[in-house]
Design a protein around this ligand. Structure first.
Ligand code: ZN
Length: 98
């Protein structure tokens, strides 16, 4: 999560948003708190807490995969499947083939 994007929020609000599990929940909390989030802020916080950990390769369903690459804030991870030798990626939208 890029915390500089959360300037203007109280620590309590940031803590609540960090603990949420997806973009919908963030929006709900923001509404309850009366906070206006910009698209950038929403992207930053949802990327940080909505990441979906894959359990198997979306192409062949194999569990034999390794982590190939992780982006700067850890919100998007690329995996390499040892079974079908293809790469797939996962972020807050869940795992999918590249
Ligand atoms: Zn595979």
């Amino acid at each position: 999560m890029r915390e500089e994007l959360l300037k203007g929020l109280t620590e309590e609000q940031i803590e609540k948003i960090k603990n949420c599990k997806g973009q919908e929940e963030i929006l709900k909390i923001a509404k309850e708190e009366g906070v206006e989030l910009t698209d950038d802020q929403l992207e930053a916080v949802s990327g940080g807490c909505g990441f979906v950990q894959p359990t198997n390769c979306p192409g062949c369903q194999s569990t034999n995969f390794i982590t190939a690459d992780i982006n700067m804030d850890g919100s998007r991870v690329t995996y390499y499947c040892n079974n079908c030798h293809r790469k797939f990626v996962s972020d807050s939208d869940g795992p999918r083939m590249l």
